[in-house]
Design a protein around this ligand. Structure first.
Ligand code: SF4
Length: 91
């Protein structure tokens, strides 16, 4: 059976408001609500962490929340080194 890309199952594909995944603080809560119902949230978060995506909500976490994970997991790292890398395909 062919592997189906996890992004095809993404809950955020159902919204016509993709900008809410690059939100201000208020919009972040709306985006996170989609993520909480998303069957591929774990894969999405892993992708964002692995790729060090530094903008937008992925896997239910904002960029600031993901940076905290990187800081915890990478002693001596410099958060924000990949600033500006854009989201591809998940939304
Ligand atoms: S951003 Fe990721 S976790 Fe959130 S709805 Fe989209 S694919 Fe799912």
């Amino acid at each position: 059976m062919a592997h189906r890309d996890w992004r095809h199952e993404a809950e955020c594909r159902k919204t016509s408001l993709p900008d809410m995944f690059f939100p201000d603080a208020r919009q972040a809560e709306y985006a996170k609500a989609y993520c909480r119902a998303c069957p591929v949230a774990e894969q999405c978060l892993r992708y964002a962490l692995d790729e060090r995506l530094d903008e937008g909500v992925y896997g239910g976490l904002t960029e600031a929340e993901r940076r905290r994970i990187h800081r915890r997991n990478t002693p001596g790292s410099t958060p924000g080194s990949n600033r500006g890398k854009k989201k591809e395909g998940a939304a």
